[in-house]
Design a protein. Structure first.
Length: 135
């Protein structure tokens, strides 16, 4: 479980994740889809790719806070590594922006980590990673 709360150095910066094995990020063969919902549109905006180089986790603003929760499902298992989650963004003018994110890496490599990063600039705030024990 990964949670994030913070701001970016620029406006509307895309927050991304890649899986990592032995210190090297996987940069090909990701599948992803995200829906974005906010007042004023009749249907959600949807973005996706079957040939992505990462999984997009939503957009971060430099002035308006956002918070998110993502599940990274068993990347250490030699099966497709899956991410799913949600993000809420407090837009200017008291408008809400909500994202639902889904994706996976289309291979059977065992991963020992992941990299979370902005598409450009820097991110401030807190990223927390929790393990969930299978009891």
């Amino acid at each position: 479980l990964v949670t994030r709360n913070g701001l970016s150095s620029g406006n509307d910066v895309v927050f991304k994740i890649r899986f990592r094995a032995s210190g090297t990020d996987a940069t090909t063969d990701y599948r992803r889809v995200a829906s974005q919902m906010y007042p004023g549109i009749g249907t959600p905006s949807v973005d996706g790719s079957n040939t992505a180089t990462e999984i997009n986790l939503g957009t971060i603003s430099s002035t308006n806070r956002s918070a998110s929760t993502y599940f990274v499902m068993a990347p250490q298992v030699a099966q497709r590594s899956i991410v799913h989650g949600q993000m809420t963004h407090a837009q200017s003018g008291a408008t809400i922006d909500a994202y639902t994110i889904h994706g996976f890496l289309n291979n059977t490599t065992s991963y020992d980590g992941f990299t979370i990063y902005p598409a450009s600039g820097t991110i401030t705030g807190t990223v927390r990673v929790y393990g969930i024990r299978n009891a």
